[in-house]
Design a protein around this ligand. Structure first.
Ligand code: NAD
Ligand code: TYD
Length: 334
């Protein structure tokens, strides 16, 4: 049976991807390599940890000594490991450059040395930068505008170079904004849902009219599995669900679903370099035969219900270190 090395598997999308793999391929083998930064949480994998096909390794993708034997064992490498939050990249970009670029380099070098059946580089739609009208295609220029998206763009193109130069079977995916269970409550949807549940303010940056295309995390996982099986080496695939909403609309949905008052909304200072709109054209992936399975309305409800039903999961996170960061970042009392 296929053996996967999933990096960053204790984070939001990585842990959902591991759930997805065991749900779809019961006898799959998965090694989860994760450094367990503030964003890594083994609670996300509680019901999988005793599965005989699952192994967790605590380690840094920048460390070749740890990475090499794991890549040597694996058939498929799926690289989710990254520093992933734009706001943190503005304050302290160092770790973004280290993990997102150098860490990807270490993984690619190991794949070159030992060979793999497929190397999936999880990139992001943020590498294109902002777009007023229309949608980006895979061949459009990359114009990343935050240290986060710039570091992801570096890794994205580095992965491509390993295909061209060394014939490593790389596929790059550029997905839009994800939402769903186990998302660290610093990102818009889990932050606003959990704040609203606690009757705390929802800090909207700028005028709240920034647009993102929202995709349910399980649809993203499904698309990754799909391109791994049906995509071509050396290619880039945009992944999105065609659910463009601005932040005011997202906030309205959350408040109305939780029956909370509009007064919880508070407009705060805008994020520096805040991208106005992300939009990707997914016709390349659609032509290959993939479509998302979840409707936005249904999956948003599933997501909000998950945070309502799993208070313990996020209450543990939203204390201590998190609270300090939050107070400093928004300069408001948590
Ligand atoms: P996350 O921050 O929730 O998880 C990142 C995981 O990587 C954590 O478990 C963390 O401990 C681990 N990690 C960080 N540095 C590491 C290192 N040096 N070595 C090993 N592990 C390390 O992020 P996420 O939202 O799950 O995103 C996963 C990937 O998907 C990222 O590459 C991100 O750029 C990409 N992506 C995210 C979105 C989104 O909406 N969240 C959209 C498109 C692409
Ligand atoms: P985020 O979840 O950080 O994802 P990204 O910036 O990578 O797209 O933010 C999504 C949108 O929500 C973005 O336009 C910034 C905005 N936002 C707020 O208005 N307030 C917040 O507290 C956060 C975290 C985000």
């Amino acid at each position: 049976m296929a053996k996967f090395l999933v990096t960053g598997g204790a984070g939001f999308i990585g842990s959902n991807f591991i759930h997805y793999l065991f749900g779809k391929y019961p006898d799959v083998e998965v090694i989860n390599l994760d450094k367990l930064t503030y964003a890594g949480n083994l609670e996300n994998l509680k019901n999988i940890e005793n599965n005989p096909g699952y192994r967790f390794v605590k380690g840094d993708i920048c460390d070749a000594e740890i990475v090499e034997p794991l890549v040597k064992e694996a058939d498929f490498v799926v690289n989710f490991a990254a520093e992933s939050h734009v706001d943190r990249s503005i304050g302290e970009p160092d770790d973004f450059i280290k993990t997102d670029i150098f860490g990807t380099f270490v993984l690619l070098e190991a794949a070159r040395k030992y060979g793999v059946k497929k190397f999936i580089q999880i990139s992001t739609d943020e590498v294109y930068g902002s777009i007023e009208d229309g949608s980006f295609r895979e061949t459009d220029a990359l114009m990343p505008s935050s240290p986060y998206s710039a570091s992801k763009a570096g890794a994205d193109r580095l992965a491509y170079s390993y295909f061209v130069t060394y014939k490593v079977p790389v596929i790059v995916t550029r997905c839009s904004n994800n939402y769903g269970p186990y998302q660290y409550p610093e990102k818009l949807i889990p932050l606003f849902v959990t704040n609203a549940i606690e009757d705390k303010k929802l800090p909207i940056y700028g005028d709240g009219k920034n647009v993102r295309d929202w995709i349910y995390v399980m649809d993203h996982c499904d698309a990754i599995d799909f391109v791994m099986n049906h995509g071509d080496d050396g290619e880039v695939y945009n992944i999105g669900a065609g659910n463009e909403r601005n932040n005011l609309e997202i906030t309205g949905i959350i408040l109305s679903e939780l029956e909370k008052p509009k007064e919880l909304m508070t407009f705060v200072k805008d994020r520096p370099g805040h991208d106005r709109r992300y939009s990707v054209d997914c016709s390349k992936l659609h032509a290959l035969g993939w479509q998302p399975k979840h409707s936005f309305q249904e999956a948003m409800k599933l997501t909000i219900d998950w945070y309502k039903d799993n208070r313990e999961w996020w209450e543990k996170i939203k204390s201590g270190e998190y609270l300090e960061y939050y107070k400093q970042h928004y300069q408001i009392e948590g």
